[in-house]
Every structure is written in C-alpha cells, then in structure tokens.
Design a protein around this ligand. Structure first.
Ligand code: ADP
Ligand code: MG
Ligand code: MG
Length: 524
C-alpha cells in the first residue's frame, strides 16, 4: 500500500458502498444533477434548434482525494500563470519566433500558420491593440515517484475555450449534497464538510468577463459568445450567461462563425456591431468570448478565418486574442522549459510577497521534462544536421512519453507504444510542430464510481449503472487576466477549479471505460 507524506492511503479510496447504498447514492446524484443544471444536451443525430430534453453530465459519485498542500500550491501557481501568459501574449517578438509562419511552428503547422498570418496582417495595418482577456485553465496531475512526497505536475495550460468551469461548481455542490444527505454512510473519516473546498467558478469567470466589459466602457454593449453549431455542452456556457445578466446586468448574444458572416460588421472606428433579426438596431459588442475557434474544423472555409480576423481587428476585447491563443500552444509550454526563457518574462516583477526567483523556481517545479522533436531539450538551437536527435531521444524513451501537436480539445496526442511507428512516418519538416513530454505518473490504486446517463432515444431513456474502476484524476485551476494596459499591469485572479476523472487504462479518457466524468475534491 502506498502511503504519502500526508499518510492518506490512496489505494483504499473510495469507501466500498453496499449495493443498496450504491443505488441510493446514484439516485440522489442523478436527480440532483438534473435539478441543478449539471447537464448536457442528449446525443442525437442532429441537435434540434430548440432543445427540449437534457441528460445529466457524466459524474463521479465520490470526490477525489487531493493533498491540501498541493491544492493550495495549484491555486498559488494560477496567479503566476495568469501573469506569465499575459506577458507572453504581449511579447510579439517571442510569439513570432516560436509560433510564427516565418521561423516558428506556423511554418509547418497550417492552422497555427493561418492564425499567425491573419494576426500579422492586422499588426501591419498599424491597428491599435485593445485590452485582451484570458479565461484560463491550468491542468495538473499528481505525480508519484517512489519514496518521494507526491508532486503536482502541469499537463497543459489552456488559453481558449477552457470549459467545465460552471459545471464543476455544480459538481462540487453535488458532492457536498451527497455528503449532507447520506453522510456517505459514515464510511470514511475524510468525508467531512471542512475537507470540501469551496468552488465559485461561475461568479469568478463571469467577473473576468464583466471586468473586460467594464474596461471597454459602454454599459449597454453586449458580450458575444462565439459558439460551435450543435454544441452539446451548452449548459456550461449558459450558466455564465445567467451570471453575467443576474450579477452584472450584462447581456450576452451567442453566434456561430456562420451566423457572424451575415451579422457582424465594423464601423469606421472598428466598433464591432451585430445586426440581428430580433433587434431593431445593430448592437455593439464589448467583449468576444470564444467557445469555438480552437480547432481547424471550426474553420471549414477561408470565410471562417476572415470572420475571426474581423473580430480580431475590432475594438472589442477578445478572449482570447489570436496572440493569446497562440501563447497557449504546446510549443510555447515546451519553449518555456528551455534554459533562460522563463527569466525573460520576469522583468519588472512586482508580485506582492514573491521575488522573481521564487516565481521562476515554483513554476519550474510544476513542469515535466519536454523537448521539441527538432531539438533535444539540452541545447536551445540545433544545426540542421543534428535535428534528428530530438526524434532519436523520443525513440529511445518512447515508453515514458507522450507526443503532442499544436492542437486543443483532446484526441490529438500520441502515447507510448504508438510513438515508434508514428515517428517512422513523421516527415522531417513536420518535427517542429511536435513536442515530446515525459509522462506524469499519478498515484496507483485509486478507484472511482463513475456514472453517465444513457442516451435518450425514441424508445426511452436507457440507464447506465455506476462503473467501479481504477481512475486517474486531472485537476484544473481557473483564472482570468485582463491586460494590455499602458502601465503594463495585469488584473488577474484565481477563480476556482475542476476535476475530471477517467479510467486509468485509457490515455486520454473516453476510450476503454468509454468516458471521463466530472468530479470534485476532498482535501486529505
Ligand atoms: P488537449 O489540449 O487536447 O486537452 P492535453 O495536453 O491536455 O491536450 O492532453 C490530453 C490528455 O492526455 C490529458 O488530459 C491527460 O489525460 C493526457 N496527458 C497529456 N500529457 C500528459 C502527461 N505528460 N502525462 C500523463 N498524461 C498526459
Ligand atoms: Mg487538456
Ligand atoms: Mg488543451
């Protein structure tokens, strides 16, 4: 049995429920979820324009144990990451070098190149850059090394469409409720009210959007949510809309790229206006929040890119701007680990209570070793003839690695045994678009009870019984940053968290056990 410094026994988690306890807890959980908007739209061949039914989101019955010290470390790291990524997005020279289509990843990755070129063109027009907003999520796994205390290691940093903030607040409330109503049958001493950390992600993320709206300076303007057609995770987005209206009296309008093609225009002052059939006059947009646009399939034609560039060119505050989206690239994450690079982002460092060296040290400790496939990680730049060394190193260590391209949204990585064959077929000129990252090793033996709704069909709802299986849980911390002010300061805040749990045997979740679920935290 593996004990940690906190002496919590992960391998004995969760407590074993009897059959009747399991049935009762599951019924409490699904009905709570349905009553509290912890929902998805059902999987249908085509989403009807007006939804008439919903299913509960996939859920874990018990929260996941996380050591208290690592949870507060993750929260503290978020403030640093908020500032760091704001600074990266403002560093045009750095982004050109790393992500650009002349020297960087954009040369070999078409999607990155297209975004970068559009941004470059706007810059070359001399357009005055407005403020930028980031709603971020930094993701972590616990890392268990033999005879070492558990560590916290970053999986990735998301700068666009970071989802599940509001649903994870509801999931945290669900677990509190299950504890309040069943006491979880007194099966575990750690299941105590004081071990369930608060999670106010909805108010926090809405506050970020409201801060941008306020900085824009027109109270009656709207916030635009750019969304995907047929999106099933709409409730996660709607909760933010409701919070903006109820807490800040800010109206939201949702549009797909296709809808924006007919509704959006810029006036002579680059003010973004939408002409909508339901409104008698065009509405002005203060802030653009992208829940689409992170993947090439969101841009089936050049006209989709044109719309993105029109939004980027506008006076509205983009969340994220193209540079901030580029800053979230896996390549940037890797380049930051190269010697001396993080140091370049600590100029005029004045975070209260932390020196720039402490900032550097604490961030570095959260990273796994990484290198570009056109590099080795030991030296910054390799000559042309040495560039196979990054690939060679990945071949030598394939069983401990994941390879990542410049993509978001899951399903793009290459893991372990699949790496050698993948490298056999990777063209040398494409190496620059990929990074290699050492695998994080989460503690073994933790189990979970995972439940998901069956699909509703014409013949009625099918039920899925809870599955008890060994799991891996990924912690995400949300934060926002508003930046681009003349004096260089960054308004930022850490605003809550998320846990997603998947079956251990699947690399990304969704494969072997068939799904990953929303979860929450019990501090141990
Ligand atoms: P995406 O932007 O597509 O979400 P991620 O970098 O988050 O890409 O990778 C997807 C998933 O792959 C993660 O949620 C995690 O489960 C797994 N993963 C990624 N990097 C690592 C790593 N270094 N060690 C272990 N698992 C990883
Ligand atoms: Mg991810
Ligand atoms: Mg991502």
């Amino acid at each position: 049995m593996k004990m940690t410094s906190t002496s919590f026994d992960f391998a004995s988690w969760p407590p074993e429920l009897s059959e009747t306890q399991l049935e009762e807890t599951t019924r409490y959980a699904t009905t709570y979820a349905l009553a509290h908007g912890l929902l998805y739209l059902p999987q249908l061949p085509i989403q009807p324009p007006i939804p008439s039914s919903a299913i509960h989101a996939p859920l874990s019955l018990f929260p996941t144990p996380i050591p208290r010290r690592l949870f507060s470390l993750a929260q503290q790291l978020q403030n640093f990451y908020n500032i760091l990524y704001a600074r990266i997005a403002l560093d045009v020279e750095f982004l050109d070098k790393v992500m650009g289509a002349e020297e960087g990843v954009g040369r070999v990755d078409e999607f990155t190149g297209k975004l970068w070129r559009g941004w470059k063109e706007i810059r070359d027009e001399g357009v005055q850059r407005p403020l930028q907003l980031g709603l971020f999520r930094s993701d972590y796994l616990l890392h268990a090394r033999e005879n070492e205390p558990l560590e916290l290691k970053q999986v990735e940093f998301n700068t666009i469409s970071s989802s599940f903030g509001t649903l994870s607040e509801q999931t945290a409330k669900l677990h509190r409720y299950l504890h309040a109503t069943t006491g979880y049958y007194d099966l575990s001493p750690v299941l105590k009210e004081e071990n369930f950390p608060p999670n106010q992600t909805t108010a926090g993320l809405a506050e970020g959007l409201a801060a941008a709206h306020k900085a824009y300076g027109n109270k009656s303007a709207y916030i635009l949510f750019v969304v995907q057609a047929g999106e099933r995770n709409v409730f996660d987005q709607r909760w933010l809309e409701y919070a903006l209206l109820e807490r800040h009296s800010i109206h939201v309008v949702r549009q797909t790229f296709d809808e924006l093609m007919t509704s959006a225009s810029l006036d002579s002052n680059r003010v973004l206006k939408l002409t909508l059939p339901t409104k008698s006059a065009p509405i002005e947009i203060s802030t653009i929040y992208f829940r689409a646009g992170y993947t090439p399939t969101d841009y089936p034609g050049t006209e989709h890119y044109s719309i993105r560039f029109l939004l980027e060119r506008s006076k509205a505050i983009n969340c994220p701007s193209i540079p901030l989206q580029l800053a979230g690239g896996k390549k940037v994450q890797e380049v930051l680990t190269q010697p001396g690079v993080l140091e370049t982002f600590t100029k005029d460092w004045n975070y209260p209570g932390t020196t720039s060296q402490e900032f550097i040290d604490i961030l570095r400790l959260s990273w796994m070793p990484m290198w570009g496939l056109d590099q080795t990680g030991e030296r910054k730049i390799l000559s042309g003839s040495e560039q196979h060394l990054g690939v060679q190193k990945a071949r030598d260590r394939f069983s401990t690695l994941v390879l990542k391209p410049q993509r978001e949204g899951g399903g793009n990585n290459v893991y372990k045994e699949a790496i050698p064959e993948f490298l056999d077929n990777l063209l040398p000129e494409e190496r620059q678009a990929w990074i290699a990252m050492e695998l994080i090793s989460p503690p073994q033996g933790i189990q979970g009870y995972l439940i998901r709704s069956g699909s509703s069909s014409a013949s009625g709802d099918t039920q899925h019984a809870p599955v008890k299986t060994e799991v891996i849980s990924e912690l995400g911390i949300f934060g926002w940053a508003l930046f681009g002010f003349e004096d260089g300061h960054v308004d930022e805040k850490e605003v809550g968290w998320l846990v997603r749990t998947k079956g251990r045997e699947s690399n990304e979740g969704g494969v072997a056990t068939g799904f990953s679920v929303l979860d929450s935290i019990v501090l141990v």
